[in-house]
Design a protein. Structure first.
Length: 158
């Protein structure tokens, strides 16, 4: 049983951005010289321009698309998966293409999250392009709890 995974999806995104910037960003800086290193008040940081940010997104999401059938490291950690609208598993080709589109759209990912919040299917831009949905597998017990209508403070059913 599955449920739409907006909160888990946001957590996966935060994990992905941390790994992408601190892991991949550092690697790209030290190996290829991408990004500008800064030291201010004893703290070291890297700044990336839009092209470098775009490139990091494509590399990161395509890499994970290749090795995990479309799930990023953040998705693997929080347990979310992209599925077809009928909840069937994505084909390898579709998962890879979805990952590449996600990487290309990475510089405008905040817009994609706003789209998720305001559409009924909770789809991001790359989900709309590929007609996929992100879900989290839930136990039967958790699923049943989702189905039970719970009263609010005044006792009304929402």
């Amino acid at each position: 049983m599955y449920k739409k995974a907006v909160g888990a999806r946001f957590l996966a995104y935060i994990i992905d951005m941390l790994v992408m910037f601190f892991g991949l960003g550092s690697l790209l800086h030290y190996v290829f010289g991408l990004g500008t290193a800064q030291v201010e008040a004893g703290y070291y940081g890297l700044n990336f321009n839009l092209f470098e940010y775009f490139l990091m997104g494509i590399i990161y999401f395509t890499f994970f698309g290749l090795i995990s059938k479309g799930a990023s490291l953040g998705s693997l950690i929080v347990g979310t998966r992209a599925r077809e609208m009928d909840l069937k598993e994505l084909t390898y080709q579709k998962a890879l293409l979805r990952s590449i589109i996600k990487g290309v759209l990475n510089p405008i990912s905040i817009i994609s999250f706003i789209v998720v919040l305001f559409n009924q299917d909770k789809k991001s831009l790359h989900d709309m392009a590929m007609n996929t949905i992100v879900v989290r597998k839930v136990s039967e017990n958790e699923y049943m709890n989702l189905m039970v209508e719970k009263p609010n403070v005044e006792g009304e059913v929402k």
